[in-house]
Write a protein that binds this ligand. Structure first.
Ligand code: GDP
Length: 297
């Protein structure tokens, strides 16, 4: 489960301070030292950790007195608030275009879970928001990707637009959009190509697709298990494409949680969804506050 180690360590740390009727500066210092170590061990970006600890310390030392909480509980509340802020604070909403269809471009490196997430997101849009999505297969370099999307479409009983591999991804994306308009579908999810590494050619193509279809959202799919690499990948994609949000996959297998805790601070883009397993219904709207509560118990 995600954040296992971090949750254990932080819960241990806050347990010590919980019952205190008086919290001294020394107590805060000791606690923040442990919080710092716990976050670093969870593979959180070091600069993010530094800022986090500074914020907690400042607030905890000069803390506003709330009568309903003991001083110890107040310090814990501060840590929880800051942890939630770190992951974006509020749950972020998914865009809805003024005139349908809403266009979502899915981008990311190969293996991150982009195609699977495209199917999961379509499923969620239908189930939770009662929307009708079209899946567009624009990853022409990995032929299996088209088959994979078509299989997902069959499983979900949802339309898939594909044109094989002899046509440019930009054309496929444009045609897919037209098709959705004709059929009065309200979301278009474009599954773009990924590579093993970020390269100029890949980025150029994604920029071209972006210009051609003017997406309402660009979701970057990153693998939480890759930790700080996921954060670096997010930074590069965001520099080139100005993505609108991140989908963190494989959070079910990521016991450390470093990517989840660093991405918002580093890229200033919110985590919108989290993949919690391979199945099509295992995509969750990402709730920073709930996640912080889960970590702190
Ligand atoms: P793509 O190359 O980015 O399109 O990646 P795929 O969608 O083909 O996914 C790569 C692998 O990751 C597949 O085996 C997926 O089942 C798996 N996967 C995707 N999302 C998740 C997730 O949230 N949790 C787990 N455990 N596996 C996932």
């Amino acid at each position: 489960m995600a954040f296992e180690g971090l949750a254990d360590r932080l819960q241990n740390t806050i347990q010590k301070i919980k019952g205190k009727g008086k919290v001294t500066e020394q107590d805060v210092k000791e606690m923040t030292r442990e919080v710092r170590l716990a976050l670093l061990e969870a593979d959180v970006n070091f600069k993010v950790v530094k800022d986090f600890v500074k914020n907690v310390k400042e607030r905890a030392v000069g803390q506003e007195v709330m009568e309903s909480l003991t001083p110890g509980q107040q310090v814990i509340k501060i840590v929880k608030d800051e942890l939630s802020q770190l992951m974006g604070g509020e749950e972020s909403k998914i865009a809805v275009a003024d005139r349908p269809p809403t266009v979502i471009m899915m981008v990311g490196l190969q293996g991150a879970g982009k195609t699977t997430t495209t199917g999961k997101l379509a499923n969620l849009l239908r189930k939770k928001y009662n929307r009708k999505p079209l899946l567009v297969a624009a990853d022409i370099y990995r032929p299996a990707a088209i088959d994979q999307l078509e299989t997902l479409g069959k499983q979900l009983n949802m339309p898939v637009y594909s044109q094989g591999t002899d046509i440019s991804p930009v054309e496929i994306a444009k045609q897919g959009l037209e098709k959705a308009k004709e059929e009065h579908l309200d979301y278009v999810l474009i599954d773009t190509a990924g590579r093993l590494h970020i390269d100029g050619e890949l980025m150029d193509e994604l920029v071209q697709i972006k210009e051609a279809v003017n997406p309402d959202e660009i979701f970057l799919v990153v693998d939480a298990m890759t930790g700080q690499d996921a954060v670096n990948v997010a930074e590069s994609f965001n520099d080139q494409l100005d993505v609108s949000g991140v989908v963190l996959t494989k959070l079910d297998g990521d016991t450390r949680g470093g990517a989840a805790l660093s991405i918002k601070a580093v890229t200033n883009k919110p985590i919108k969804f989290a993949g919690m397993g391979e199945k099509l219904d295992q995509l969750e709207v990402f709730h920073p506050e709930r996640m912080a509560s889960r970590i702190l118990g």
